[in-house]
Design a protein around this ligand. Structure first.
Ligand SMILES: *[C@@H]1O[C@H](CO)[C@@H](O)[C@H](O)[C@H]1NC(C)=O
Ligand SMILES: *[C@@H]1O[C@H](CO)[C@@H](O)[C@H](O)[C@H]1NC(C)=O
Length: 387
């Protein structure tokens, strides 16, 4: 009864032109939930993933499987928007040092799949042509071993990051020796192994991928050369295998190498990785933006982020399969924990000397994401999609 009376009075007061009553503390969130399948969101996801891949020095280029969540926080007039994106990703066969765009890299076949999730905060100011990735974090896991064994008993089923078996290093050095023996003059040495698999074919078979650097030794010096190369900049990546067959003595070794963009030596008909970034109109302004950033305060323009590798889920699950999904893919990205947000200084992104502070909020939880999220997946297989 009294509630009704209050309502009536209220309506009357409003009708009479009185100021509306002060808003209580429950303000609506300033975050807009976006449609994860819209071209608006997919374009931004593409830019974010390119920036993440470009920032990394290790590992393989990540490709977008689907947009899991997308929010926009419009800033003050003229300051553009901050975006909070959660992307479900798949590892490709291109090493990040090849600088190949993720759209030109194929994802790995099922039993070699590595999948995961990235969270990113991204700033877009269309008016000023600024695209900036202040922060990201990703977590990756290989596809479940037990699922592979069930679906494909003959597929390689060891961890893709297993370095404990010395036969992987043996595979790398022996396959590179084979490559060097065919190389007209330049010689290479192993920087590090980046991927491992093993499989039983007619005997044990080992597969490795490894980065190589140029060796200061020439072919004529042969194996007696003990020079150490002054730097260890990886110039390419090789795929090597070593297999034995029971009954047949000896090892079968195969190798292919590809070189990163301009580093390619005289063409030898091998599959050379070329840096083919397609012209992207939305990014045409980027060189200018990077210039600004690097002439003013380079350190601040560098995105902060990392990619974390976890073991496959069965091993960790041990007994308790049904865990909280947050635990299975922990991706932490907290620029603030204050519900009101904190200022994020991005003045260095602007040409004019001015102070620009954005408001950054705690990363939104997926509970309140839009009904159009997650978007459709490129590879719609629950075994390679984060929960
Ligand atoms: C990114 O993840 C790492 C752990 O993997 C964590 O230490 C770091 O705080 C995270 N970054 C942010 C901004 O939350
Ligand atoms: C996503 O968008 C594409 C192209 O606009 C459309 O063909 C497709 O049906 C949409 N998928 C979903 C699940 O909404």
């Amino acid at each position: 009864m009294s509630v009704l009376l209050l309502l009536v009075l209220c309506t009357l007061a409003m009708g009479c032109g009185a100021a509306p009553p002060p808003q209580p503390a429950s303000r609506p969130s300033p975050l807009l939930s976006l449609d994860c399948n819209s071209s608006y969101v997919l374009d931004i996801a593409n830019d974010i993933l390119q920036d993440i891949n470009r920032d990394r020095k290790d590992g393989y280029v990540l490709s977008l499987n689907r947009v899991s969540d997308a929010r926009e926080h419009r800033q003050e007039a003229g300051l553009g928007s901050l975006f909070y994106f959660t992307l479900d990703v798949l590892e490709t066969g291109c090493h990040v040092l090849s600088r190949t765009s993720w759209k030109n890299c194929g994802v790995r076949i099922f039993h070699e799949s590595v999948y995961g999730q990235c969270k990113a905060v991204f700033y877009i100011n269309k008016e000023k042509r600024i695209f900036y990735l202040p922060a990201y974090n990703c977590t990756l896991r290989p596809v479940s071993r037990s699922a592979i064994i069930m679906m494909c008993p003959d597929c390689p089923s060891t961890s893709p990051y297993d370095l404990s078996n010395p036969r992987y290093m043996e595979t790398a050095t022996e396959s590179l020796a084979k490559y060097n023996s065919r190389s007209p003059s330049k010689q290479y040495s192993v920087v590090k192994i980046t991927k491992t698999f093993s499989q039983w074919v007619f005997g044990p078979a080992y597969f490795v991928e490894y980065l190589i650097k140029e060796s200061p030794c020439t072919k004529s010096q042969g194996s007696s050369c003990a020079l150490e190369s002054p730097d260890s900049v990886p110039v390419g990546i090789c795929h090597g295998s070593l297999s034995e067959s029971q009954g047949n003595p000896g090892k079968m070794i195969s190798v292919t190498c590809s070189f990163f963009n301009s580093q390619a030596p005289t063409p030898r008909g091998e599959n050379t990785a070329v840096n083919q970034r397609p012209a992207n109109p939305s990014k045409a302004e980027e060189p200018q933006q990077q210039n600004i950033a690097s002439t003013n305060t380079p350190a601040k323009a560098v995105p902060k982020g990392s990619v974390q590798y976890l073991p496959d889920w069965d091993k960790k699950g041990e007994g308790s399969q049904e865990k909280d999904p947050v635990e299975t893919f922990p991706v932490q990205l907290d620029l603030t924990i204050s519900p009101q947000g904190e200022p994020l200084d991005v003045s260095f992104l602007f040409l004019e000397p001015m102070e620009v502070k954005l408001v950054v909020l705690p990363f939104p939880s997926k509970e309140k994401r839009s009904a159009e999220c997650p978007g459709p997946a490129q590879k719609d297989d629950p075994l390679i999609l984060p929960p």
